[in-house]
Ligand binder design. Structure first.
Ligand code: DX5
Ligand code: ZN
Length: 232
């Protein structure tokens, strides 16, 4: 196991020092998941993104707390959990117990977003709110400012390997303009070196990528290209 803890355990609340790259393990080789986590962290990924799908909010099943706990045993990195589930509140305690540092729930299903935020914080995690490509910006009115992070979906959630939807950049710029200097803005879906500059220019400081990283051979080169020139 490598020590990847320096500077990343508080990744979503520390002062910003350049864009973060979050490697989504959805495209990892699950037969050797622990090794793959080590490899992308050694290649420069700042955090690991764990996509949780319930087969109801999205038409796919993926990972639960046991996988998160396995990742936690393998590495000491910041784990960013993306809850694509109909009842995100129900999963906060299991994922906190499994070693998650952060949970994001979707605005489309969170009836009590502040309770979600408060429970994340009470469990020692930072809190995010996600918005789907077709959901209007207004859904975040009076909500987004309470969260440590806003996640903009740039594909329809459910699968890795889809094409980036450029229309979400306008919504992203509007969200960025309203954020405080301590809030993070994360883009998720189809993010690659080809569109990373546009994503960062729209205000994002956390770039999630699954297939762009795990689908190639040069993890370090891809991660550096996603991050851009701000940091080695
Ligand atoms: C999609 C997930 C994403 C996905 C990204 O529903 O939320 O995190 O893993 O995969 P890529 O980067 O391949 O689009
Ligand atoms: Zn995700």
């Amino acid at each position: 196991m490598i020590d990847t803890s320096a500077g990343v355990t508080d990744a979503h609340t520390r002062p910003l020092d350049g864009p973060l790259v979050s490697a989504s393990i959805l495209s990892a080789d699950f037969a050797r998941l622990g090794e793959q986590c080590v490899e992308v962290l050694e290649a420069g990924a700042d955090t690991l993104h764990v996509d949780v799908m319930d087969g109801h909010f999205v038409p796919n099943l993926s990972m639960g707390p046991a996988i998160c706990a396995g990742v936690r045993r393998a590495v000491d990195a910041f784990i960013d959990v993306h809850l694509m589930v109909t009842d995100p509140l129900a999963y906060l305690e299991p994922f906190a117990a499994a070693g998650a540092n952060h949970c994001t729930g979707h605005v489309e299903v969170l009836d009590m977003p502040l309770e979600f935020r408060n429970r994340c914080h009470a469990l020692g995690m930072s809190a995010g709110i996600a918005i789907n490509p077709k959901t209007p910006l207004e859904a975040l009115d009076g909500v987004a400012e309470a969260f440590d992070l806003v996640l903009v979906m740039s594909v329809h959630p459910g699968f890795s390997g889809q094409s980036f939807i450029p229309e979400v950049l306008e919504k992203t710029r509007a969200i960025s303009a309203r954020q405080s200097s301590t809030q993070r803005l994360e883009m998720d879906g189809g993010v690659s070196p080809a569109n990373a500059e546009a994503v960062r220019a729209a205000g994002c400081d956390v770039l999630v990528a699954a297939s762009a990283i795990f689908g190639g051979d040069d993890y370090a080169g891809t991660i550096a290209a996603l991050r851009g020139g701000g940091r080695d």
